[in-house]
Structure formats: C-alpha cells, structure tokens
Design a protein around this ligand. Structure first.
Ligand code: SF4
Length: 230
C-alpha cells in the first residue's frame, strides 16, 4: 500500500482520520463561542496589546486577566510607555495575576526589544516573535492568529488535552500537539482551532470532570466518560 512521505501511516488511513477530525472541528466550530483573545480581537487591540495580554494570560484565568490588561493598557498602551515604566508600578497593577514578578520583567523587556530591534512594531513572524522575552510557541501563535490574522495553531493546555481526548493526536506536550495538528488539518482551518477548542475546554470538555452528556461530539469521542486530566 502507498505511504505518505511524512509518516509511516497508509494514505487511506490518514485521509479517513483527517476527514473525521475535520467533521468534529466543524461541529465544534458551529457553537457560538467567546474566548479572551477572541474578545480582544473584536475590540481591535493593537498587536502590542495582544502580545502583552497573551503573556499575562499564561496560567491565569481570563476573568482575572482581562480587566487587569485593560487597566495596564490605560497607563501603558505602547512599547515606548511600557518600556519606561517603573516595574513596581507595573507589579502593583498586575499583582493579582500568577507569576506577576516574572511577567513584569518579561513585558518590560519585550517592550524594550520591540523598540530596539523591531523599530517599535511587534514582529509578525514566528521566528522573530520567539526572540521576545516571555514568548514561547503558544504566545507567538496567538499573536499571529489574533493580532495579524495569520495561519497558526496556538496550543495551550485546553487544545492539547482535547486534541488527545478526541484522538486527533497522541502527544505528550503542547509543542508536539501543534506539530500533529499542523499535519492533520489543512492550513485554512488553523486559525479557528485555538478559539474552538479553548471554548470547548472551558465550557464542556473540562480537565477533571468533562460534561460528556452535553458534548456535541460525544458520538465521535474515544474518551467519552473520562474523569481525569487526560
Ligand atoms: S465526549 Fe467528553 S471527553 Fe470527549 S470531547 Fe466530549 S466532553 Fe470531551
């Protein structure tokens, strides 16, 4: 049987898997949904503000992050303003967000680097975004999708968990999941994956006790009834 160049899976098996995954994604994407970054995109935050909000949101709840990011941007809306901020004043604003010490350091340092190396503009490539302090693949992907409308698949804990529960991937960490999803879905779908799976993860497919009985894709899920974080 013919094999693809990328993997040892037979082409027919891959096609079936891709079709099934697309079907599931379409069902989930048809649900009305709101996520923090989706909300920020609707409000047309600048690329800089989207970057800072995404760095702040790591391991923090959206309900906590959103109002704090708004407060921060009232005082420091641009890289120039934030780069010259007093770290104590920034910490005072973001102190209710987890890891606020390191996040303060990173957002000020990222502002400096945007000014010194990128002419005051947030870069719009994965390679350059990854040079900024506090920016890993997930944050970079969020900025590409939500600030620049580019094709990328940001993988956070929700996207990673659900991709594995639904059988899209069998992966141990978010970066591997990102690689897997990029192979599984055609590029034109990449932009909706984060928003769709994050919303599903926050409302239905929660980490410990997912609401499988309410799930629109339960008939396609090999992990229906799962009770723990996997
Ligand atoms: S059936 Fe349950 S485990 Fe599967 S995707 Fe739906 S909520 Fe998640």
């Amino acid at each position: 049987m013919l094999k693809t160049g990328m993997t040892s899976q037979p082409i027919s098996t891959m096609k079936n898997k891709n079709k099934k995954a697309l079907n599931i994604l379409n069902i989930l994407a048809n649900t009305e949904r709101t996520t923090m970054l989706g909300e920020f995109r609707k409000r047309k935050l600048s690329a800089f503000q989207m970057l800072i909000a995404t760095i702040l949101s790591a391991r923090a709840k959206d309900e906590t992050t959103m109002p704090i990011a708004d407060e921060l941007f009232k005082k420091y809306p641009t890289p120039a303003k934030l780069s010259s901020a007093n770290p104590h004043a920034v910490k005072k604003i973001i102190r209710k967000i987890g890891f606020y010490n390191v996040k303060t350091k990173n957002i000020i340092a990222a502002s400096h680097m945007i000014l010194s190396e990128f002419h005051g503009k947030v870069p719009d490539t994965l390679e350059d975004l990854l040079k900024l302090p506090g920016v890993g693949r997930k944050v970079a992907g969020c900025v590409l999708v939500y600030a620049f409308d580019k094709d990328a698949i940001p993988v956070d804990t929700h996207v990673h968990r659900i991709s594995n529960r639904l059988g899209f991937c069998k992966t141990k960490n978010p970066d591997k999941t990102a690689d897997c999803l990029e192979k599984l879905f055609p590029k034109k779908y990449w932009k909706i994956i984060n928003d769709t799976l994050v919303h599903h993860g926050k409302t239905i497919c929660k980490p410990i006790t997912p609401s499988c009985s309410l799930c629109s894709v339960k008939n396609n899920c090999p992990k229906i009834g799962v009770q723990k974080q996997n």
